[in-house]
Design a protein. Structure first.
Length: 406
């Protein structure tokens, strides 16, 4: 194998995730070591020059590669959007459901993949269920307290109702607070905030995120000006459409020189945003990225990932494909084949864990290997040169809204 990369810069854009970037550093260290042991290469990891970066020293396929990986952080924006109170979260629920239903986006999304639509409905149904349970418990307390007061004081009907309603309301509120405290196990509030974040602006990016994306573009431009042989931008989940928009902005601004940049999108949820009425900017970015030839773009999803729009061409299904579409190359990570039966059985119902499998080790690896891509001796374009797209890729335009930014 001919080595064309000795130094690589990787700029990783995470999804809607409030956690500190060190989570991704430790995930890479742990899973990289596991994949190296399986695949017969070596990886060592040290701290990078920045607070959110690390350096990987890799020896694989007879080559030595140094890769600096940096997380482009927007977790502070995510955390701020998740700070809503319980009443505010239920208000988000109503607003988000109305946005997707009234716009018709929900019904068109169901024509693609059922998994992410079910994932979108899950927090709505779960939170409504919690509200019903809290109200029933609260009403039961009203009855108990009223009966107790009337038993002790036969003439105290009014007092019984008043005290009962006070106690019942307190118990209902306490029940809702308990449910929220358990959310790390069920992710209902987390997912509600995630979908509400996009729905609030109808698919447009909020100003603070636009500003952060401009900062991401500056970091990518700095990497392009370095001595790296390849600058690889990786967008995972919601980070995929952020990466698309950042790179489209850089193409428009003429900031893609030299041509050493590549895009790897993983587990994308692009239609959840691009199908909304005010996502004109994202739809234009998809069109730009779909017709450009400067940035090799590989999109990897898996039908086993119920949180992603698996094998859906984000450009085509959004209805903004150019006359001659150059990308992305749609590939399947094929979890049911690249994970052993034992491993697949252990993970296939852990839906949120599976959504991160793209960043993890495979015990029966195929041609997708996150660590070979980010720390191996070939560029993304070389690694997948001549690779045919998945025959199961969905490309039919489904989106009702196809207006693009002026």
């Amino acid at each position: 194998m001919t080595q064309t990369v000795t130094r690589r810069r990787v700029l990783y854009i995470p999804g809607y995730d409030p956690f500190h970037p060190r989570r991704y550093r430790e995930l890479y260290r742990k899973e990289g070591a596991a994949q190296a042991a399986i695949s017969g290469y070596s990886l060592s990891q040290t701290r990078g020059s920045g607070p959110y970066s690390w350096v990987v020293d890799a020896r694989m396929d007879g080559a030595h590669v140094t890769a600096e990986i940096e997380v482009l952080v927007w977790s502070d924006i995510v955390s701020s959007s998740m700070a809503a109170s319980i009443p505010a979260t239920y208000a988000q629920l109503v607003r988000t459901a109305w946005t997707y239903i009234a716009s018709g986006a929900l019904f068109r999304l169901m024509k693609l993949r059922k998994g992410p639509v079910i994932a979108a409905l899950y927090p709505i149904l779960f939170l409504l269920g919690q509200l019903v349970i809290a109200c029933l418990i609260g009403w039961a307390m009203v009855a108990v307290v009223r009966l107790g007061v009337v038993t002790l004081w036969p003439g105290g009907q009014a007092a019984g109702w008043t005290l009962g309603l006070i106690v019942g309301a307190g118990v209902a509120i306490a029940t809702l607070r308990w449910f929220k405290a358990q959310d790390a196990k069920v992710f209902a509030y987390y997912l509600m905030h995630d979908y509400a974040f996009s729905a609030r602006w109808g698919g447009a990016y909020p100003p603070e995120l636009e500003n952060r994306m401009a900062a991401f573009a500056d970091r990518i431009a700095e990497a392009l000006a370095s001595d790296a042989d390849e600058v690889l931008v990786v967008g995972h989940s919601s980070g995929a459409h952020l990466a698309i928009s950042v790179l489209a902005d850089m193409i428009r601004a003429g900031r893609m020189s030299p041509d050493r940049c590549a895009l790897l999108s993983l587990g994308h949820v692009v239609p959840m945003v691009s199908f909304l009425p005010k996502a004109n900017r994202l739809r234009d970015d998809l069109h730009v990225m779909g017709e450009q030839q400067r940035i090799p773009w590989v999109d990897v999803t898996a039908p086993g990932d119920g949180c992603a729009f698996a094998l859906c061409d984000p450009v085509a299904v959004s209805g903004v494909a150019p006359k001659v579409q150059t990308g992305p190359l749609i590939l399947s990570a094929a979890f049911s084949r690249t994970l052993s039966p034992e491993r697949w059985n252990a993970l296939k119902r852990r839906y949120f864990r599976l959504h991160f499998q793209y960043l993890c080790a495979f015990d029966r690896p195929g041609d997708y290997d996150y660590f070979r891509i980010t720390a191996g001796p070939l560029t993304l374009a070389e690694r997948f040169a001549g690779r045919a797209p998945s025959p199961s890729a969905l490309r039919s335009p489904v989106n009702r809204y196809t207006d693009r930014a002026a």
